[in-house]
Design a protein. Structure first.
Length: 479
């Protein structure tokens, strides 16, 4: 990556490039957001035959190519720093580099959790929160053209979000906020109201947000296709529920709402989102029933379940979703019984994930004392899958790859041993298996599972069909 490290100029406020009337001013007069980071503003000069100095310029196309190269493959936060460093070289580079290609995501990120050996990134990390906020606000006033933006960290403030809304809000199509503790509803309302073309909105871990932004988000952003709101326990849906009565047709196809205070009345909002194909939620299972009733195209459901009573109600609702192809159940604080897993196995899904909430929170931390699935449960799950697959074939229906789970996940099931592996080997077809956190499965058994997955993939690629063998005790098949 190209770096610009030249003498540090005086600090000045970031603004628009100078007009023709300001060309006689000093080269240090134009804004340099990275003055504190030792990015300079010196300009190479040459003398002509009359002895007068003039600035050397590259063709604008060449400068633009350099700017594009700087941000290729870079994370959004790094791209912002590289562009600001680029704009700090000279007036021409600033004028050209401030316009970002629409496909580049700009990240106002404090970069605390990312590693980078580049000196520009390291110098930025050493700045105080106030200094980082000043840099961000200066960048928000300078850069234009981008359509994707993400905010992360304590240096993100209402002032910054409002500056971005004013500068590029009309062109934004994708917005993400993560762990922005200082942002409030005032700034979010300004942002979503300024972005009528918004297609994707995501907000996580916002402490000072009450939910007022939800109304303009759903009413004004008519092109919104993905809404992701998570880890905001103080969120209040009352205003959104009241306004939903006046909603027109919505384009929303994916909705993620977790740890945001859902109650049984949230189904009224789901009822207005008839085009949903993907939903992730927690809370009362009655909301899944609302999705089954009002969203005929629903094909993926991810449900964080913390009570057995909710699971029973959810399974009944899932059985009525005709287009269901992917199911994820994240189990929290209880163990799935054999009867429940047998019912889950009867669901006609191609991708089945039964993961532990504990594992999802900390995948690298093994908790062998807790397991949401045991060996008997896996046997019941496989029996349910095989029985459903056999009955499907006996009914004379055409073979379809969606008849059984091609992909299966049992992450965090620490109690699984050789018996569970033997049961998994009876599955009709298996093309992907995730057993992260299953610490008691031996290396030899893992090799057997790898061979099973490989055989399933090869069979599908060759177009061969598995042959059914009926067995009252062990329903399954022979390849």
């Amino acid at each position: 990556m190209m770096e610009f490290a030249v003498p540090e100029p005086e600090v000045s406020a970031l603004s628009e490039p100078e007009g023709e009337g300001n060309k006689s001013s000093s080269n240090l007069d134009f804004a340099d957001a990275f003055a504190r980071l030792n990015f300079g503003t010196t300009t190479t000069r040459a003398s002509d035959s009359s002895g007068q100095e003039h600035e050397r310029h590259l063709p604008d196309a060449a400068v633009r190519s350099i700017a594009n190269y700087l941000v290729q493959g870079e994370p959004p936060g790094h791209a912002l720093i590289h562009l600001l460093a680029f704009c700090g070289v000279c007036r021409q580079w600033r004028s050209v580099g401030r316009e970002v290609n629409p496909g580049v995501c700009i990240g106002f990120d404090v970069l605390e959790n990312t590693f980078c050996a580049q000196s520009s990134i390291q110098r930025f990390r050493r700045r105080t929160t106030a200094q980082k906020e000043d840099v961000f606000c200066a960048a928000a006033k300078l850069l234009i053209g981008y359509t994707e933006v993400c905010f992360s960290g304590e240096a993100v403030s209402d002032r910054l979000v409002e500056a971005v809304a004013q500068r590029v809000g009309a062109k934004l199509v994708k917005v993400k906020l993560h762990n922005t503790k200082q942002v409030t509803d005032v700034a979010l309302c300004a942002l979503v109201r300024s972005a009528p073309l918004l297609e994707c909105f995501a907000a996580e871990d916002l402490d000072r947000v009450a939910g007022k932004f939800l109304v303009p988000l759903m009413e004004d952003c008519t092109s919104l296709a993905t809404a992701h709101v998570a880890n905001i326990p103080s969120l209040n849906w009352a205003l959104c529920k009241q306004s939903s009565a006046n909603w027109g047709r919505k384009c929303l196809t994916k909705l993620v709402v977790r740890t945001v205070g859902l109650d049984e009345s949230f189904g009224g909002i789901i009822a207005k989102l008839g085009h949903l194909t993907d939903i992730e939620l927690d809370g009362p299972a009655v909301n899944i029933k609302a999705g089954a009733l009002h969203c005929p195209s629903l094909s993926r459901v991810s449900y964080l379940v913390g009570r057995k009573s909710d699971l029973d109600e959810a399974l009944a609702a899932l059985m009525s979703i005709k287009e269901l192809k992917q199911l994820e159940l994240i189990v929290r604080n209880f163990v799935l019984t054999a009867d429940e897993l047998r019912v889950i196995g009867m669901l006609p899904v191609a991708d089945l994930r039964l993961d532990s909430y504990v594992y999802k929170q900390q995948p690298t931390l093994s908790r062998s004392s807790y397991s949401h699935v045991d060996n008997e449960g896996v046997k019941a799950l496989v029996d349910g899958i095989c029985t459903r697959w056999c009955s499907h074939n006996n009914a004379g229906k055409t073979y379809n790859t969606d008849m059984c789970p091609m992909k299966l996940s049992l992450c965090g099931a620490t109690a699984l041993t050789h018996d569970a592996v033997s049961a998994l080997l009876r599955l009709p077809v298996l093309t992907e298996l995730d057993i992260g956190g299953c610490c008691r499965i031996t290396a030899m058994d893992k090799m057997r599972l790898v061979a099973k997955v490989k055989a399933g993939r090869e069979m599908l690629e060759s177009g061969r069909r598995p042959q059914v063998r009926m067995n009252s005790r062990f329903p399954g098949l022979l390849l």
